[in-house]
Design a protein around this ligand. Structure first.
Ligand code: AMP
Ligand code: MG
Length: 268
């Protein structure tokens, strides 16, 4: 149903052709959308328990977006009710000196999921071809190689049993303005406002271009990108929840075989 948001491998992406306010895949308004997401939350809760019990698959979810794009809100709403024991969130900030002394995947790899786990990346190795590219933090010859390196890294993870889903939360510049303004106006949101975000906003087109290259070059059969219309938070949560539930259902998981003779046990 939400296949329309999947980026087919080796497709040139022009983000102007993707409507951040789209809601055409759901036949209903906000309230109905929220109800549908609540139902999906319950399904995800059961599927996560099954994933953990079976202990076979590993699931990696990558979230990328412009500032205010909704990465934190997605994690809060999509995983509402899921047992925190089985889900790990890793947020990738500006690298520390120790991280910078290593290759850019060093800090990433140790946060990838183990068997039975879901790992959510709030930002990711993609920053190393986004902010790093836009600000020339390393030479072009170095970041240009990284697309192939990232594809190879993700292919290795997939071959080792990791199911990978990557979501780009697509908002437009006007929506970002509103959300930044809310961070200024609402005292409880002030902490989220970083003056540096305005400098990044000023180079919006460069970021969009960097995202287009990422989406065009790194959406693969084993690690697809989805471009999620994210101007409407309820729609964003609904679409991501549905894609996750569909993907986990597709893993065809089974509870492990119970020990023999359980039906004869009488507990005194
Ligand atoms: P936030 O997600 O608002 O907490 O901000 C995290 C900041 O860390 C963002 O400005 C990112 O661009 C920055 N960041 C994350 N990864 C990297 C990286 N590999 N190199 C440089 N900056 C990064
Ligand atoms: Mg920020």
């Amino acid at each position: 149903m939400y296949e329309r948001y999947r980026v087919k491998p080796e497709t040139k992406i022009d983000l102007n052709e993707w409507d951040p306010a789209d809601r055409s895949a759901f036949d209903g308004e906000k309230a109905a959308g929220r109800d549908a997401t609540k139902k999906l939350n319950k399904q995800l809760e059961s599927l996560q328990e099954l994933l953990y019990a079976e202990g076979k698959h590993k699931v990696l979810i990558v979230l990328q977006a412009m500032d205010t794009g909704g990465k934190d809100g997605t994690i809060r709403h999509v995983f509402d009710g899921v047992n925190p024991q089985g889900v790990k969130v890793a947020s990738f900030k500006r690298p520390t000196p120790e991280e910078l002394a290593h290759d850019y995947l060093w800090r990433i790899h140790k946060h990838t999921p183990g068997r039975g786990e879901i790992a959510i990346f709030n930002r990711s190795h993609y920053e190393d071809v986004l902010v790093v590219r836009v600000h020339n933090l390393v030479a072009e010859a170095i970041w240009q190689r990284r697309y192939d390196q990232i594809n190879a890294f993700e292919q290795m993870l997939a071959e080792e049993g990791t199911t990978i889903l990557k979501f780009y939360l697509h908002i437009d510049k006007a929506e970002q303005k509103e959300r930044l303004q809310a961070r200024l106006d609402e005292p409880d949101k002030n902490w989220k406002f970083a003056k540096g975000d305005l400098a990044e906003r000023a180079i919006w087109p460069q970021y969009q271009e960097a995202y287009e290259v990422v989406l065009s070059r790194t959406s693969t059969p084993h690690a697809p990108w989805f471009i999620i219309p994210a101007n409407r938070k309820w729609y964003r949560n609904l679409v991501i929840s549905q894609i996750l539930v569909d993907t986990l259902e597709g893993l065809d998981m089974r509870y492990p075989q119970a020990e023999e003779g359980l039906d004869e046990i009488v507990i005194e």
